[in-house]
Design a protein around this ligand. Structure first.
Ligand code: NAD
Ligand code: UDX
Length: 477
């Protein structure tokens, strides 16, 4: 059996590396039009930072795992073609700001149709709107010159999270395969299931119809993001009342019906999936006339914007309503720990908000490159929808400092903002950090990872998301 995967990104690369590792008898080729990305997959410096990924790639690369820019050749030869291309939010035309842009998907489908001389199973790995399989089938069927070629489409959405991709792929909660309830559909589902069955227990391989699989992916992300927005909304109430959001999360999370995961209050959720997929869901609801359902899910995004804006407001108000010309160290720029990915990271809105109010930020992140930070903060981003945060406009490069040393970033700063939960932030010598800063020295913990009591002992004024404010703690400063 030969598998080809179109798209060597955060999903295509790790997913195929895992299949190749677990199925040594299957040839797996990941193809992409991006030459630099393919070159990086073939090198010792992979294009994405993901713990444990290099070891998995190294084990299979050159044996039965290959990365190539020759899309036509490998897709033409494959029995199963995964499509794992990007499906971003549309930026123009009908549905701009909400609907998924399927340009890349359709482009991939046209390539598959044009090079296919044998029947294939086409697997939707990308996150797509419900009913995409129907449209893709038409594109494939009408563009393939050989009428004897049969394409069987399956939906096999990916549930891995960045930073834990290898763990998630090794022991997935479930593998979801949606397909048609026809003879060829059932055979295709069985064929794909047999690949995963090399390492995933049979009872974790769920079979559904195509539309349920497509919709389950959007729903899973919407529900996960909704938990974060819910707990973040409560964090605002905690700050107003003196309750502690971590205590509340623990208390509610011990209820087995609620469960403890995804209840960490934060500066806001980021990442390439949550906002995009909820907007997509909102758009689908609107197009089928379910405005109330659309409004319900849109509120999850609005609450996330409110949380980021609230964080900036807190920094400004705590620092005597003036941060103009003050240096603020930003610890963490990635959207979560253990990744260098900055797509939709809350750090973008927060840094822009601080700079818009006159601050000079100095960013330290152990993985994100300087170019990425500059691009994220200075380039125009599309206003997806009525954005309640007017500060999130691009800022001047001159106001952005970047340091590769956390001590240097904090030197002469008035405040530190923790925006990513990198483990190393917990282990710094904060006494030394304090001594190098202007007084009063502030720490705004947007991830609730530091020892606040210890920091207060050192002399810091500490604000943390959903934690009793200094006023409630009756601290003088
Ligand atoms: P990505 O942008 O990292 O990778 C997509 C790749 O596809 C790019 O390298 C691009 O060059 C390539 N590509 C686009 N069109 C192509 C074509 N016609 N031929 C060959 N290559 C082509 O995206 P990603 O983060 O890997 O996400 C891919 C899909 O998976 C998206 O639909 C996303 O919503 C979904 N998803 C992502 C995650 C995640 O954690 N990033 C998790 C689950 C699902
Ligand atoms: C998410 C889904 O978890 C995954 O199943 C899907 O396949 C892709 O989208 P990802 O975006 O990589 O994965 O990371 P995730 O761990 O879900 O975190 C998303 C954002 O939510 C991050 O910014 C994270 O810091 C934030 N978060 C997460 C919180 O603020 N609080 C939490 O309790 C959990």
């Amino acid at each position: 059996m030969k598998i080809a995967c179109i798209g060597a990104g955060y999903v295509g690369g790790p997913t195929m590396a895992m299949i190749a590792k677990k199925c040594p008898e299957i040839e797996v080729v990941v193809v992409d039009i991006n030459e630099a990305r393919i070159a990086a997959w073939n090198s010792d410096k992979l294009p994405i930072y993901e713990p444990g990924l290099f070891e998995v790639v190294k084990e299979a690369r050159g044996r039965n795992l290959f990365f190539s820019t020759d899309v036509g050749k490998h897709v033409g030869e494959a029995d199963i073609v995964f499509v794992s291309v990007n499906t971003p939010t549309k930026t123009s035309g009908v549905g701009a700001g909400k609907a998924a842009d399927l340009t890349y998907w359709e482009g991939a489908a046209r390539v598959i149709a044009s090079v296919s001389t044998s029947s294939k199973i086409i697997v939707e790995k990308s996150t797509v709107p419900v009913k995409t399989a129907e449209a893709i089938e038409k594109v494939l069927r009408r563009n393939c010159k050989d009428s004897s070629v049969h394409f069987e489409i399956l939906s096999n959405p990916e549930f891995l999270a960045e930073g834990t991709a290898i763990e998630d792929l090794t022991m997935p909660d479930r593998v979801l395969i949606g397909g048609k309830d026809t003879e060829t559909g059932r055979a295709a589902i069985a064929s794909l299931a047999s690949v995963y069955a090399h390492w995933v227990p049979e009872d974790r391989i769920l079979r559904t119809n195509l539309w349920s699989a497509e919709l389950s992916k959007l729903t899973a992300n919407a529900m996960l993001a909704q938990r974060i927005s819910s707990v973040n909304s409560i964090s605002a109430l905690c700050e107003a009342t003196g309750a502690d959001v971590q205590q509340v999360s623990k208390a509610i999370g011990t209820d087995s019906r609620i469960g403890p995961k995804f209840l960490n209050a934060s500066v806001g959720f980021g990442g390439s999936c949550f906002q995009k997929d909820i907007l997509n869901l909102v758009y689908i609801c609107e197009t089928v006339g379910l405005q109330q359902v659309a409004d319900y899910w849109n509120q999850v995004i609005l609450m996330n914007d409110y949380q980021k804006d609230r964080f900036v407001q807190r920094v400004i108000s705590a620092m005597f309503n003036t941060i103009s010309k003050k240096k603020i160290a930003v610890y963490g720029f990635a959207f979560k720990k253990d990744t260098g990915d900055t797509r939709e990271t809350p750090a973008i809105d927060v840094c822009r908000g601080l700079v818009a109010d006159g601050a000079n930020v100095c960013v330290y992140d152990p993985e994100v490159t300087d170019d990425q930070i500059h691009a994220d903060l200075t380039q125009q981003t599309y206003e997806w929808y009525d954005h309640p945060n007017p500060r999130s406009a691009p800022v001047d490069k001159k106001a952005i400092g970047i340091s590769h040393d956390p001590m240097e970033a904090a030197n002469d700063a008035h405040a530190i903002c923790i925006l990513t939960e990198w483990d190393e932030f917990k282990h710094y010598d904060y006494q030394k950090v304090y001594e190098s800063m202007h007084k009063p020295a502030f720490i705004f913990d947007g991830r609730n990872i530091l020892d606040h009591a210890k920091l207060r002992e050192i002399g810091f004024i500490v604000y943390a998301v959903g934690k009793p404010l200094e006023a409630f703690l009756q601290k003088e400063y």
